[in-house]
Write a protein that binds this ligand. Structure first.
Ligand code: A2P
Length: 273
């Protein structure tokens, strides 16, 4: 059985992705990516600014899988948006990875100049250099402006979302526009305390699952694509071992009720980098 979501341009994306933000450069990332692929992940989410695009690509090469078996996302950084260098940045990322395409290219933040960046991304897409294009960290008004002025709809908006900050209004708005939602820091981010929450542990107990597996499942059942990250082999394996149980509507509600409206990052209105 294939666990995929169909994007608005008919491209299929695996419904759990492996995140590598702040995963150390070099061997750690190569190993983590290879472990993830061994465990069944087929979707890796990196970015130029993470500094590990090459290591991600090496992990994929080391896995023995075909390039076409893995959905790879990378992102356009703010400096390149501000400098109007979208196509150059895209070619640089491809060169770093030694790939001849990426599956998805995303605007990392709505930095000044993103409108022109989106025009260039649309060209990359039309030229067949990338299979899907989208954005990250776009708030409602920014998404609205983008939709008003572009001919190609973004396939995803990747935003912060976790039980402590579901970001539900933005999730719902994005879905209403026919755009998929991906969640960064889906488990509550680095040094997360969420995973020791007793409610999540209790729900997991019923199914023989961990709090982290409950959270991954919660995202999937609300139609959000989670991008959990880990460098621990057992955690990596756990976070994709979520296809043999289902949360009840009541349990979904209980997880949503853990909302304390506290971000670990910043919004698309407040970032300064
Ligand atoms: P570790 O690398 O030790 O597994 P997020 O994806 O929300 O950003 O959360 C990432 C954090 O959650 C990392 O610190 C990661 O640490 C930890 N983590 C990921 N999966 C699990 C898991 N299954 N059990 C416990 N901690 C986890």
């Amino acid at each position: 059985e294939e666990h995929v979501v169909t994007l608005n341009n008919d491209v299929q994306i695996p419904e759990i992705g492996f995140g590598v933000f702040q995963t150390k450069q070099g061997g750690t990332t190569v190993e983590a990516v290879k472990t993830a692929l061994d465990c069944g992940y087929r979707h890796i989410d990196t970015a130029m600014i993470y500094g590990n695009e090459h290591d991600v690509a090496d992990g994929i090469r080391n896995s023995g899988l075909d390039r076409s078996d893995v959905f790879v996302t990378t992102k356009l950084w703010n400096d390149d948006i501000r400098a109007g260098k979208t196509k150059e940045a895209f070619e640089r990322s491809l060169k770093t990875m030694e790939f001849d395409y990426v599956d998805m290219y995303l605007i990392h933040w709505p930095a000044d100049g993103w409108q022109q960046a989106w025009d260039e991304m649309q060209e990359l897409y039309s030229e067949g250099r990338v299979k899907a294009i989208g954005v990250c960290n776009f708030e409602m008004d920014q998404l609205e402006e983008l939709l008003k002025h572009s001919s190609i709809k973004p396939v995803v908006n990747q935003i912060e979302s976790s039980p402590q900050f579901p970001n539900q209004e933005l999730v719902d708005y994005t879905h209403e526009q026919g755009i998929a939602v991906e969640a960064w820091s889906p488990l509550g981010g680095l040094n997360t305390k969420l995973l020791s929450n007793q409610k999540l542990i209790d729900i997991g107990m019923k199914y023989g699952k961990s709090s982290s597996q409950v959270i991954v499942r919660w995202h999937m059942q609300r139609g959000v694509i989670p991008l959990p990250k880990s460098t621990s082999a057992s955690h990596i394996a756990q976070n994709i071992d979520v296809f043999d149980f289902e949360l009840t509507p009541e349990e979904m509600h209980e997880v949503s009720n853990l909302c304390i409206n506290k971000r670990v990052g910043v919004s698309g209105h407040d970032f300064d980098f």
